[in-house]
Design a protein around this ligand. Structure first.
Ligand code: ASP
Length: 453
């Protein structure tokens, strides 16, 4: 039994939905179909989820939302017309959305979640209707009826463990289950969404719940590439990688997959296959528990912008009990999350996403570290890029860091920071933003193109 998830671009038009139907009917083990809201048809197009957010925000601000409301309904209507299914489904979507928008606004975040979730919910109803119209035995299933329970965190809900047992019962359904992605319900019965791109999470939860043999994730690329294709022409496709490698790569900007999405499938040991709706016969990329490490130490290179570092130095820091805790406590006081903490004998650096702090907050933090921790020096640097070089094979290969560092030196890239060791499958380099491209190219060249001597 397989769970198949289709992303927004696979569901953006009637033409795309016909491809989806063909994919589903071509394999009778494709039992549960998880769908996103209609995505972009072309690069400047707007996703239905973004239109819904705009619409909800206008309602909350008491502004005129008629234009954006009509645009949303038009998206569904154009799909329905293209597929020649009865138009009354559009009427129902329009009526339901109007009612939702007129609903309780006393908790704006919950209101926003309910409106956002309608994008996938209505699309699932539409797709189930299309499948049935095409002769398939298919049924829309609502996450509430299926028992997909989540925590009470609007826009960032987490699945509750009891959901898995509830979802197992979906196996008993006779036909194909069409399930909306992106949201679940709390115990009070209110809608909550996962973080953005969260339909991947739903697919993974369902794969775990029904104990699927495979979780197929259909998107619009043939495979996961070993590096960002905007930096390197025709990069190598990855045929197989492990969950850990994928997690590290998607953390640092591989946008193919929502990085949290893999966890439920991983826990149940279910392999994931990333495939292309527009080219379903391509084998895609498999994400598995273990793979053979025959293809060298590095499987992929990813980079992500927008980090800053807080460098703190204090003589004899290594002897001071509780220094690290006190430093991180200051960040916690401001609700800041940190990403990495590389450290030396008398110094430590905390790496954070820089959009969490403005100038005033930075000054305050710097001041507290100097006065409360009696630091010798505090330096905050901006516009760092983190580059992750990832591969299970690193564990068994000697000299991978040296090769990477040498490649960066040859390309005249100044390494601001190296973090290697905590994770056995990755090493991380911090470089300044203008050097991102040349750094990634140099590393790619070293591990994928240049033949080592
Ligand atoms: N439609 C939602 C979003 O755009 C969820 C998803 O597509 O996975 O974030």
């Amino acid at each position: 039994m397989k769970v198949v998830k289709f992303g927004g671009s696979s569901l953006a038009s009637g033409e795309q939905l016909k491809k989806v139907l063909n994919i589903v009917v071509s394999d009778p083990t494709r039992k549960v179909v998880v769908v996103s809201a209609p995505g972009k048809r072309y690069s400047d197009d707007i996703k239905v989820t973004d239109l819904l957010i705009e619409c909800a925000e206008k309602y909350l601000a008491n502004e005129n939302a008629e234009g954006v409301f009509q645009t949303i309904i038009e998206r569904y209507a154009s799909i329905v017309k293209e597929l020649s299914i009865p138009l009354d489904i559009v009427e129902t979507i329009s009526k339901d959305l109007k009612a939702l928008l007129a609903g309780d606004k006393s908790k704006p975040e919950s209101y926003l979640d309910a409106v956002k979730a309608s994008g996938e919910d209505n699309n699932a109803k539409l797709i189930a209707a299309f499948f049935r119209h095409s002769g398939l035995n298919a049924e829309y299933v609502n996450p509430k009826d299926a028992g997909l329970l989540v925590s009470d965190e609007p826009g960032n809900a987490q699945v509750l463990p009891e959901s898995y047992e509830n979802l197992f019962k979906l196996r008993e359904k006779e036909g194909i289950v069409v399930f909306p992605g992106f949201f679940g319900y709390n115990k009070k019965g209110e809608v909550l969404t996962f973080s953005r791109s969260g339909s991947d999470i739903t697919g993974s939860i369902l794969a775990n719940g029904i104990k699927a043999d495979l979780y197929e994730n259909f998107t619009d690329v043939d495979a996961v590439y070993s590096v960002n294709p905007t930096f390197v022409q025709n990069p190598k496709e990855i045929s197989e990688l492990t969950y850990r490698e994928m997690r590290e790569l998607s953390y640092a900007g591989f946008s193919v997959f929502h990085d949290e999405a893999l966890i439920p499938a991983f826990r149940a040991g279910i392999p994931v296959n990333v495939k292309n709706t527009n080219n379903p016969s391509a084998p895609g990329t498999r994400i598995v528990n273990e793979r053979s490490n025959s293809n060298g130490p590095v499987i992929g290179i990813a980079s992500d912008k927008g980090f800053c570092s807080i460098y703190v130095s204090k003589y004899l820091m290594n002897r001071e009990i509780g220094f690290g805790r006190k430093l991180l406590q200051i960040l916690e006081d401001y609700g800041l999350t940190y990403e990495h903490v590389p450290s030396g004998i008398d110094d430590v650096t905390v790496i954070l996403r820089q959009d969490q702090m403005d100038e005033a907050l930075e000054a305050q933090i710097k001041d507290r570290i100097m006065t409360e921790l009696h630091a010798d020096e505090v330096i905050i640097e901006h516009d760092l890029v983190l580059i992750m070089v990832v591969g299970e094979g690193m564990r068994h290969n000697v000299g991978t860091t040296a090769r990477a560092a040498k490649a960066l030196a040859h390309a005249d890239v100044n390494i601001e920071m190296i973090n290697q060791g905590s994770s056995e499958v990755s090493m991380m380099f911090g470089v300044k933003e203008p050097q991102e491209k040349s750094a990634v190219q140099a590393l790619y060249n070293e591990f994928f193109v240049a033949v080592p001597v």
